[in-house]
Design a protein around this ligand. Structure first.
Ligand SMILES: NC(=O)c1ccc[n+]([C@@H]2O[C@H](COP(=O)([O-])OP(=O)(O)OC[C@H]3O[C@@H](n4cnc5c(N)ncnc54)[C@H](O)[C@@H]3O)[C@@H](O)[C@H]2O)c1
Ligand SMILES: O=C(O)[C@H](O)COP(=O)(O)O
Length: 328
């Protein structure tokens, strides 16, 4: 290993504490050159190759890490996600090429769970319409629905969904869960199939990773199986929902609204008009992939990803939170 291994940081909102830690452990930190809150998907391929030249570590945001990029940079030993989703990283290629891929497991699960509840409640209580009316000087009451007493269906039951379930118990709701491995004995949840969950839930909240089995999990057909007036919440990944089909279902009045933090348009600019039509709707409460980005979660994720890179480069044991992921 070079005496002062180069670590490229392209994830947005990286902070000084994590940078100083990398430097203190002998790394040379190379920033992306973008504005601190800009997405690394905005870096051109040529600029990325220039930035990665000679890098041993890469703390990456939502940018795709492809086999081709990895092959062009044989000195790149470790790719660390500051978050937990790694659907944009070709982990099979990384494994083939002997590279380490890590995530910051648990760094942002509380933040995403809080945000999920915020979206759920905001849609149910029609806070967007209420706030807009009041801002326009209209003091009428905009009446929404209780969360209390409802049935909430969670798709996926990993770190985030379990935190969502814990929070939901305080609302006295029935919690249904659909997951491929219903082996976690959680009090107060009932494991069901996806068709059962869709048919019974007043709120459907998505917490599964994006992959071949979850792409367009909610599409025209499955949205049509949901209870009339039900609410959809997605704080997981754009691509779990067919956004065009969701727009059709909302416009037809089939659903009660949607809370959306993630959109297909994030990775497919051709779908921008669909995302824009969704976020313009009064029954949609939206944020721009911010669920996991509370100040506290960012600080944790930044420091964990720095630790992951250092451990991989210096051959140390991976510290708590650093989870090495593979292609299986
Ligand atoms: N919006 C944000 O800012 C943000 C932040 C963090 C995570 N995320 C997304 O949330 C996802 C979940 O995060 P996590 O930390 O809970 O991950 P996790 O790996 O702990 O849990 C994922 C769960 O999904 C389940 N799953 C896998 N395939 C499924 C399928 N076909 N149907 C139903 N369930 C399935 C898994 O068995 C597991 O229970 C991440 O993959 C990421 O994409 C988004
Ligand atoms: O996968 C995640 O945890 C979220 O998408 C947030 O990722 P980020 O921390 O890289 O923004």
């Amino acid at each position: 290993m070079a005496p002062s291994p180069k670590v490229l940081v392209t994830t947005r909102l990286f902070d000084d504490a994590a940078t100083h830690h990398l430097v203190a452990r002998g790394c040379t930190v190379v920033p992306s050159g973008l504005a601190p809150d800009a997405l690394d998907t905005d870096i051109s391929d040529a600029d990325l190759d220039r930035l990665l030249d000679g890098a041993a570590g890469w703390i990456v945001g939502q940018r795709a890490v492809t086999r081709a990029v990895l092959a062009r940079h044989p000195g790149l030993k470790v790719i660390a996600r500051r978050g937990v989703g790694y659907d944009r990283v070709d982990v099979a290629a990384a494994e083939d090429l002997g590279r380490v891929v890590t995530i910051a497991a648990g760094a942002n699960d509380a933040a995403v769970a809080d945000h999920t509840l915020a979206l759920m409640l905001a849609v149910l209580r029609r806070l967007r319409e209420s706030a807009a009316a009041l801002a326009a000087g209209d003091w009428r009451v905009v009446s929404g629905s209780d969360l209390y007493g409802k049935t909430v269906g969670l798709v996926g039951f990993g770190r985030i969904a379990r935190q969502v379930a814990r929070r939901l118990h305080g609302f006295d709701v029935r919690v249904l869960v659909e997951t491929p491995r219903p082996d976690f004995a959680a009090a107060g949840v009932t494991y069901v199939t996806l068709p059962e969950l869709l048919a019974s839930s007043d709120v459907v909240s998505l917490h599964a990773p994006l992959g071949p089995t979850t792409l367009h999990l909610l599409n025209g057909e499955t949205l049509g199986r949901m209870k009339p007036g039900a609410v959809v919440v997605n704080t997981a990944r754009g691509g779990l929902i067919d956004d065009a089909a969701l727009l059709v279902a909302l416009a037809a009045g089939r659903l009660g609204g949607a809370g959306l933090d993630v959109f297909e348009a994030e990775t497919d600019p051709a779908l921008r008009p669909v995302a824009e039509a969704l976020v313009a709707r009064p029954d949609v409460v939206a944020s721009a992939h911010a669920a996991g980005s509370s100040r506290e979660a960012l600080a944790r994720g930044n420091m964990i990803s720095a630790h992951c890179v250092i451990a991989a480069l210096l051959g140390e044991e991976m510290p708590a939170g650093c989870l090495v992921v593979d292609g299986r």
